[in-house]
Design a protein around this ligand. Sequence first.
Ligand code: NAI
Ligand code: MG
Length: 351
Amino acid sequence: MTVRLAVIPGDGVGPEVVAATVPVLRAALEQQGERLETTELDWGGERFLREGAAMPADGASTIRAHDAALFGAVGRPDVPDHELVWGLIIGLRQQLDLAVNIRPVRAFPGVPSKVRDVEGVDLVIVRENTEGEYVGAGGLAHAGTGHDLGIEVAVHSRRAIERAAEHAFSLAEQRTGRLALVTKSNAMKHGYPLWDAVVREVGQRHPDVELEIVLVDAMAARMVQSPRSLDVLLAGNLFGDILSDLAAVLAGGMGMAPSANILPGSDVPGVYEPVHGSAPDIAGRGIANPTACILSGAMLLDDLGHEAAAKAVREALAATLTTPVNHTPDLGGSASTSQLGAAVLHEMETR
Ligand code: NAI
Ligand code: MG
């Protein structure tokens, strides 16, 4: 079988981490007698500067012609962030209706963390991915008058909450049976109380899962203080975004956290990407940590039914990360992006 993968390297460190990932995915599939066929797409900031759009208007249909997409990152200092983020990754999430964003975070043995006592941390954030505070509703009133008024309207629909909740409960059932819903229904009195109510309803269909509801500010503290008390977290778009950077740091930093944008129960191709952005502060130096991107690739293989290949990638990566000589500078080492990628490849091929 051939996996048809759309590859969108994007901007900044995106192309660097993607270049370290694709050969690992190819080798893992070939070990199982499968093939990887890639279509590289030049979407991102450079295309925006050249053609006025980060991706073509029918970008979503290009993705639909593949089994999945691997995306690096988008964003460059000389283009307003919202143009590129909306023009590419949020655009794809919305056009493909990729309802949930799965963001697992695991502390790998041998990888140092700035946070104490994280050994064994293994949690997953399930983030609603199409609306909430990132739905794009609003406007700018009185623009240029000196009394400019920015209006950003959050939207929380029962349908979107149910889709994310169903997925989170199923995931909790496959894991330790614990689910924490993150809201802010004390201060925000419309959307988040709806979340609480709908998620409790969905919970009635999953009696084996223990549901707790935690306010987002308390959750931020708890993630640092007792991250092992957490398994599956369910959150709206904004809180899921913020908490996933925090979770990444538990595991060693932004270079460690993968993600999957998917529409569960459908054959819509998922878009797999590291949680981090284009990291312009380190881009071009070949020192970005490719772990998040490689793990995103493993999620992609799993979702396409290539579990053995996914497992091979994860095991080779975990073994590689036990050795400090393979660590990139964000982990305190001096390995380059391509050295870490090559070490994972070597580990996989010699197993
Ligand atoms: P960022 O995630 O790009 O960087 C935050 C910090 O983490 C930086 O110090 C960076 O060097 C470090 N970092 C990130 N990835 C790393 C890696 N693989 N290895 C080692 N260190 C890494 O977030 P920031 O700085 O807020 O955003 C930079 C640009 O990326 C902006 O234009 C932003 O809009 C965009 N962005 C794009 C995303 C996407 O494409 N999905 C997600 C987040 C931000
Ligand atoms: Mg983010």
